[in-house]
Design a protein around this ligand. Structure first.
Ligand code: HEM
Length: 426
């Protein structure tokens, strides 16, 4: 470790941001810590009594390299950071969840293959009109709210939920229940969003998901309906009708990952993107001016919004074999945290990384990960954000903050839980 500018104590303290849900709600503190770690100790060992020790990977090149070697770095057994108490509870509950992010190698490939076609550009193109309609509904809703809204709650949280639940094929009357369960799952560390204070409450949330999706599976097995839920309920591994049926835990887990991964992530990007545009009026103006004659600008803006916000804050990897990186030798059993927000502000890769630039190109951000587990919904998420901007920007005459934005306290998926805006629409 080099300690040229910073002492070991400062570096150790910086490393603790990764175990502190509140640190993710304080952008400045979080990014200051990551910049220090990238510079001084990019594979920093984080030690905190409540957590098993792990290495925080903060440079873009290293996150990228680790993602490119899925045999040396598995997602299983624990793909998301958890403290010792939560890990003990998960173990006692006996593997309630087994989603794509819990799997590796051939098993992962076989399960991913089941739905991958649903998320390819050709299938998604069929959604374009529906996205346009939902975007129009969102802007109409802003108009109804008469010049002031909480953009995070009133707009950004609703749109992606409607999209993903429509693809799954769930009835609209169930959307509020799904919204609540998703927020309780990702907001478990946030006092305003969590179901309760006891860590065991999260197991209750998961059990509610299981009960809901069990009923759905039975229904779609009896009455297949051509929706994504039917593909999952009747899914056979190996891509043929005589392939092995998916296990019940894997089936339920599949719904949960699709319903949750496609929701809070995209809504965080939408709300965070809106905040960035409000706080960078020159970039908002540039986008509004360019939307008619430079359609490519909207695409670069969507990617820049996703880089800027980076809604997924980390995934964990578990070393399976010795591996040399940057002069350090990882050993089997080592636990690694891939810090996507840090990688996406890496000054070695991005010109002036703290500048929000809607025309940034190239923009090799890692907000969707990379390699075998690359986000299944990346294309869908970008289409959703683009649809909303396409509808909103031409109608937006003026916009400003109407209060303090607030970020959720979460170490995994986090973003704005409040974004009060005052605006005039055309
Ligand atoms: C801006 C929005 C989104 C962001 C930032 C995001 C980010 C991510 C990241 C970082 C991963 C892990 C990649 C890795 O380990 O290399 C991931 C995986 C995944 N995402 Fe997304 N995601 C978003 C939207 C969506 C949407 C709309 C869906 C729709 C269903 C979705 C479904 C998934 C699934 C199923 C996985 C697991 C893939 C696997 O393990 O093979 N995501 N996402």
């Amino acid at each position: 470790m080099s300690t040229t500018d910073a002492g070991t104590r400062d570096i150790d303290e910086a490393g603790l941001v990764f175990v502190d849900a509140a640190a993710y709600a304080d952008d400045e503190r979080f990014h200051r810590a990551c910049a220090l770690l990238r510079r001084e100790d990019p594979l920093h060992l984080v030690e905190h009594p409540d957590f098993p020790p792990f290495r925080a990977i903060t440079r873009h090149a290293d996150v990228h390299e680790i993602e490119l070697h899925p045999q040396s770095f598995h997602n299983a057994p624990v793909p998301v950071l958890a403290n010792r108490e939560a890990l003990a509870q998960q173990e006692a509950a006996g593997g309630l969840l087994r989603t794509l992010i819990h799997m590796d190698d051939a098993d992962h490939k076989a399960h991913r293959a089941l739905t991958v076609d649903w998320f390819k550009p050709r299938s998604l193109a069929r959604l374009d009109d529906r996205l346009g309609e939902l975007a129009r509904r969102s802007v109409d809703r802003m108009a109804e709210l008469d010049g002031e809204c909480d953009f995070a709650r009133d707009i950004a949280m609703q749109f992606p939920l409607h999209v993903i639940l429509a693809i799954l094929g769930l009835p609209e009357s169930d959307y509020p229940r799904m919204l609540q369960l998703t927020q309780e799952l990702f907001g478990a560390e946030d006092p305003e969003l969590a179901r309760g204070k006891d860590p065991a409450d999260i197991l209750q949330v998961l059990q509610d998901f299981v009960a809901y999706f069990n009923a759905l599976t039975e229904d779609r097995r009896a009455n297949p309906a051509g929706d994504l839920a039917s593909t999952i309920a009747n899914g056979r591994l190996g891509g043929t009708d005589d392939g092995e049926p998916m296990g019940i835990i894997e089936t339920i887990s599949y719904y949960i990952i699709v319903a949750t991964a496609g929701h809070d992530t995209t809504s965080s990007a939408m709300a965070g993107g809106m905040q960035a545009l409000v706080e960078h009026p020159d970039q908002l103006q540039r986008l509004q001016d360019g939307i008619a004659d430079d359609p490519g600008l909207l695409d670069t803006a969507v990617d820049e919004i996703i880089r800027w916000v980076t809604p997924v804050k980390h995934f964990m990897r578990n070393a399976t074999e010795p591996y040399e990186l940057r002069g350090h030798r990882f050993e089997p059993g080592d636990w690694l945290l891939l810090s996507y927000p840090s990688a996406n502000r890496d000054e070695e890769v991005f010109d002036d990384p703290f500048r929000f630039d809607v025309g940034r190109s190239p923009n090799p951000h890692l907000a969707f990960g990379f390699g075998a587990h690359y986000c299944l919904g990346a294309k869908l998420a970008k289409m959703e954000i683009k649809a909303l901007l396409t509808e909103l920007l031409p109608r937006l005459r003026s916009v400003e903050l109407a209060g303090e934005p607030a970020l959720s306290h979460a170490t995994f998926v986090s973003g704005l839980k409040r974004l009060p805006l005052r605006y005039e629409l055309r």
